[in-house]
Design a protein around this ligand. Structure first.
Ligand SMILES: Nc1ncnc2c1ncn2[C@@H]1O[C@H](COP(=O)(O)OP(=O)(O)O)[C@@H](O)[C@H]1O
Ligand SMILES: [Mg+2]
Length: 248
């Protein structure tokens, strides 16, 4: 995206979204997802009217630390429905990296996360691939404390890059990591992963200062420092829900 805020035109509303979320185009015909602050559904645990800022914070930290797992996202002061976040639309390919499958159908090399029953009372397993691109996204989620990493928020683009979308409920000061990507729990972090975490510690203040409170920035830095010191992927605990609902 250029430095100049584009004038956007609304094309449609994304009906599967939990907030008022719109597909928009800029004058070059590039598509974006526009989330006006005024359309944010109130949440009991996040301060009102802060979700768009968290979307931009996630992009800025991902870019500054070299994760590159969030599509370009900016804050639009003068959107058609007021201020909000504007994120580049990524055309999804049909690659599936996280899925619900029958109990006997775990793809070889994939991780099983949890089992349950679907709407027809059939036993199903939530599974995800053992894929380095996914692993990078999962590592980012730990640092930003993502409270809603579901399968539908993971997109493989035409360039084969894997990105995450919907970072409105990240960066809470309290632990809230809620994700479908638990496959690497307990594994040691690789040297590359440790370097990314260290980059975050260096980048966190400058990247997040325009968007988050000092407490939220300190908490983010603290999570990165704890991860670097531990050197292993965290395990799911039992003090808050660890899997988003619905997971897909
Ligand atoms: N940048 C994007 N590129 C492609 N698809 C997207 C993008 N952002 C959102 N989507 C799609 O739109 C759906 C709804 O958007 P989401 O960010 O989840 O909105 P909400 O915050 O309202 O829940 C997502 O599940 C995803 O399928
Ligand atoms: Mg969503």
């Amino acid at each position: 995206m250029s430095d100049v805020a584009p004038t956007i035109t609304l094309v449609g509303r994304l009906v599967q979204a939990s907030n008022a979320t719109f597909l928009a185009t800029d004058p070059d015909g590039v598509r974006h997802v526009y989330k006006p602050v005024a359309g944010e559904a109130p949440l009991w645990d996040f301060p009102r009217h802060t979700l768009a800022r968290r979307e931009v914070a996630a992009f800025d930290l991902s870019a500054a630390a070299g994760f590159d797992v969030v599509p370009p996202t900016r804050y639009l002061d003068g959107g058609p429905l007021g201020p909000g976040s504007l994120q580049q639309w990524i055309d999804p390919t049909d690659e599936v990296l996280c899925d619900l499958v029958g109990l006997g159908d775990l793809p070889s090399g994939w991780f099983g996360v949890v089992v349950g029953v679907d709407a027809d009372d059939k036993d199903v397993a939530l599974v995800h691939a053992d894929d380095d691109r996914l692993r990078r996204l999962a590592l980012f989620d730990i640092i930003v404390n993502n409270a809603d990493r579901k399968a539908g928020h993971i997109i493989t683009g035409e360039d084969k890059r894997v990105v995450g979308v919907d970072h409105g409920v990240c960066f809470h000061t309290e632990p809230k990591l809620r994700t479908v990507l638990w496959g690497w729990a307990g594994d040691p972090l690789t040297d590359d992963e440790l370097a990314l975490v260290a980059n975050c510690i260096d980048a966190v203040h400058e990247a997040l200062a325009p968007w988050l409170s000092d407490d939220e920035i300190d908490a983010c830095r603290g999570r990165a420092e704890a991860l670097l010191a531990a050197g292993v992927w965290p395990e799911p605990g039992d003090t808050w829900p660890m899997i988003p609902w619905p997971p897909i």
